[in-house]
Design a protein around this ligand. Structure first.
Ligand code: ADP
Length: 250
């Protein structure tokens, strides 16, 4: 479990996150939603060790994040940023980079590292392009390669920052299927999503960040009774008799 206790964070004098208290548990998909600039990426960057909190605590599996060595944290938590570099290395080489936290010196991949890499490539369905350079692929294919790299990292906690924003519906649905398989295999999947429909359809829990505060944290079902999601987005939230969620004008 990742526990956030009174987490405050920001950039210099710009205080962004204010007193966040919440937890991410294994075997759950959590979608983090909220207006632009509300602090979603800041939250994810704190949980993945990229940004040091101003105050408060982040406890991962019972140990404060500050006590993790770099490699040990990278074996526990993975993170896919919003924007990823495009280079001329092949998809397979990129995915293998996910094994770095497990390598000693000199860096030599074991049979297990290679097997995990191939499994990650298969899990996102990019076996047919594994030998192609990243720079020759479409945006969606590149994104899949970056996702596969995080799967190869084989962490209990996986954070995605807007993984589907620029992808077409086919990739969006594939991503939803993948996160469910990861969740069912016992991992915690946390995704910052722009699309609140996708968030409500595909998540066990929704976290709403508004102006640096946690405005709501709970199941999609409980959000229909709470009102916070409707207030933050200025919409009406309805659950249909078939279990789907809809947003309409207030
Ligand atoms: P969101 O992910 O919800 O769009 P962010 O966490 O990216 O929001 O940003 C929250 C606030 O922090 C914004 O006001 C943004 O301008 C500011 N911010 C984000 N990154 C930086 C940075 N590296 N340096 C200074 N301010 C930043």
């Amino acid at each position: 479990m990742i526990e956030l206790k009174n987490l405050c964070a920001g950039y210099g004098k710009n205080d962004v996150l204010k007193n966040i208290n919440m937890r991410f548990e294994k075997g759950e998909i959590v979608s983090v939603i909220g207006p632009n600039g509300s602090g979603k990426s800041t939250l994810v960057q704190c949980c993945t060790g990229i940004l040091k909190p101003a105050s408060g605590e982040i406890i991962i599996d019972g140990k404060p994040i500050s006590e993790y060595k770099e490699k040990s944290l990278a074996r526990t938590v993975s993170y896919l940023p919003q924007i990823n570099p495009v280079s001329s290395i092949t998809v397979r080489s990129l995915v293998m980079h996910g094994r770095f936290p497990y390598l000693g010196y000199p860096r030599r991949y074991s049979a297990e590292d290679k097997e995990i890499t191939e499994n990650a490539i298969a899990a996102v369905g990019i076996g047919d392009i594994a030998d192609k350079p990243l720079s020759e692929l479409s945006g969606g294919q590149q994104q899949k390669a970056h996702i596969a790299m995080r799967l190869a990292q084989d962490t209990d906690y996986i954070f995605f920052d807007e993984p589907i924003t620029y992808l077409d519906i086919k990739y969006q649905l594939e991503f939803a299927g993948l996160t469910k398989r990861l969740r069912d295999s016992g991992k915690a999947v946390i995704a910052v999503l722009h699309d609140i429909n996708a968030a409500f359809t595909n998540s066990d829990k929704i976290a709403v960040i508004d102006n640096g505060e946690l405005a709501f944290f709970g199941t999609p079902e409980s959000a229909t009774k709470n009102g916070a999601v409707e207030d933050v987005f200025g919409v009406k939230l309805i659950k249909s008799e078939f279990g789907q969620y809809f947003f309409t004008e207030k």
